[in-house]
Design a protein around this ligand. Structure first.
Ligand SMILES: C[S@@+](CC[C@H](N)C(=O)[O-])C[C@H]1O[C@@H](n2cnc3c(N)ncnc32)[C@H](O)[C@@H]1O
Length: 276
């Protein structure tokens, strides 16, 4: 279960803005496995509504999609055609305890999930360690894991609306395991760290990201769980500020100014590693 977002509430709106951003990086990393992509059995750990799995189902042999949230899984299931259903299976489970045999998968992807874990950074990220240990257990030797995660810099500079919610951005940074730490944890969990890839132009919400009036709309806000951490009173003030900017004709310029740094840092990083 996400430790802060209510996905039962936001599941219906999630797909209206979220896209499988950086998909070509995921396939590029998975292609480094000794098993050709088309023959791979892939685990989507924390699949959500299966945006990534749905985009990959006709490219790999088989996908096993796992998520803790039943409502997200129900939406995930509904996306696949009858033909595709034969090659995809869904499990409701936390990813720190995977209900699978050892050495079952050729590849694993974890897209934007680790910051939802109930984590204790002071004690060395035990939940992330448990997830990585489980991934190491179920992955075949030389299989590839791809982890899609935001760096602290990307959280601070990769989203124009961070300017509106600076306290939430810094709390979100605390939720994200620093990439240097993640790399060490991967090595300690039985992986050979492969590298980081940043698709500078990939947008988590696709073109909807540029919607300057987006934060006024609850459906749009469901596309980034950071908004679920903004209290109602603060949200009122944000709406008022955006409405005033809109009325004075300054809103689009405001968004452009707040979005300037993104071109240099991107919104997400793909960390990849190989099972030793
Ligand atoms: C931001 S969504 C990402 C969904 C999908 N991977 C994507 O990129 O579109 C985070 C997902 O992680 C799931 N999740 C959070 N903690 C989890 C856990 N411990 N085990 C399994 N799933 C978890 C949530 O239910 C949610 O569907």
């Amino acid at each position: 279960m996400s430790s802060y977002e209510n996905y039962d509430r936001s599941a219906h709106a999630y797909d209206q803005t979220r896209v499988p951003a950086g998909l070509e990086i995921v396939t590029g990393c998975l292609s480094q496995s000794p098993v050709p992509l088309a023959q791979q059995s892939l685990l989507d750990a924390g699949c959500g509504t299966a945006n990534y799995s749905h985009a990959l189902i006709d490219i790999v042999r088989r996908i096993t999609a796992v998520d803790a949230n039943a409502t997200m899984l129900a939406r995930a299931r509904s996306k696949f055609s009858a033909q595709q259903q034969n090659r995809v299976e869904f499990h409701q489970s936390v990813i720190e305890r995977l209900p699978f045999n050892s050495q079952q998968f050729d590849g694993i992807m974890i897209n934007q999930v680790l910051h939802h874990l109930d984590e204790d950074p002071q004690s060395g990220y035990p939940t992330t360690c448990a997830v990585l240990a489980e991934c190491a257990r179920v992955l075949k030797p030389d299989g590839v894991i791809v982890i899609n995660i935001c760096s602290h810099e990307q959280l601070a500079q990769g989203f124009w609306y961070g300017e509106l919610i600076p306290d939430q951005v810094s709390r979100m940074q605390q939720r994200h395991v620093p990439l240097a730490v993640l790399e060490r944890l991967l090595e300690r969990s039985g992986f050979a760290y492969g590298g980081r890839i940043v698709p500078l132009d990939a947008l988590m919400q696709g073109e909807e990201y540029f919607n300057a009036r987006g934060p006024l709309d609850a459906v749009w806000r469901s596309g980034d769980s950071i908004w679920s951490t903004v209290p109602a009173r603060q949200m009122q003030k944000i709406k008022q500020r955006l409405t005033e900017l809109d009325q004075t004709g300054e809103l689009d310029r405001f968004v452009q100014r707040c979005d300037l740094a993104r071109a240099g840092v991107g919104q997400m990083t793909f960390v990849h590693a190989r099972r030793k």
